[in-house]
Design a binder for this molecule. Sequence first.
Ligand code: ADP
Ligand code: MG
Length: 253
Amino acid sequence: MTPMVKADRVCKNFGALKVLKGVSLEIDAGQVLCLVGPSGSGKSTFLRCINHLEQVNAGRLYVDGEIVGYSERGGKLYELHPRAAAKQRRDIGMVFQHFNLFPHRTALENIIEAPIQVKRLNKKKALERGRDLLEQVGLSEKADAYPAQLSGGQQQRVAIARALAMDPKLMLFDEPTSALDPELVGEVLTVMKDLAAGGMTMVVVTHEMGFAREVADQLVFMDAGVVVESGNPRELLANPQHDRTKLFLSKLL
Ligand code: ADP
Ligand code: MG
């Protein structure tokens, strides 16, 4: 089976700053991978490379068997035409720490924007699907509310629905609950848990170890641009092998 994501010694620098120094990992379709590690270790950069927001400098990154941003012919890489890159990107949903909703659009308008503009879905169908998605994230009543009228947890659930509206085959979450008041974290994690149970392939950067233990198939601990260790979340959390992992986990508790 082709992995949904395969990173093979991925490197990324910003000028002289080496941020990713050979990250390798694989995620099968339908799996959830939680990516954890100290601030500055390169977690967001790695997600951004998957989602075409950054370009890798060396190594190879594949989504569903295709090299991200390139095509390969005769062992050589050619940069993809922007249109082909946009097509790859369309299949990937991303949810950020700071929801990033359009402030002057209602919840439902936020959700139907991309399907109409990018996928050319007709408005009636987009609205139908948008309402279904709002129901899925428990916000049927909030279709006409503006982001400012919603709690952080509700805004993040709208952001998840908005990403799902493009029918992605892969969902990336970058600390989706880190900006939320503690009492709102659970409602967002519940939506993510349901999504995982429904078979969505997910890469989740999070400090929520309870979620990782319960939902993830694979836990990857990253530090200073490399994967320090990875494995079954329960085993890794119960018995971390590396001092850096032990130190990081001890600080979370
Ligand atoms: P994490 O998400 O694990 O906290 P990041 O991937 O955000 O880590 O950042 C890793 C390092 O890369 C940090 O030192 C950060 O300052 C740096 N960095 C990230 N994006 C850029 C950028 N666009 N230009 C320069 N440096 C960056
Ligand atoms: Mg980050």
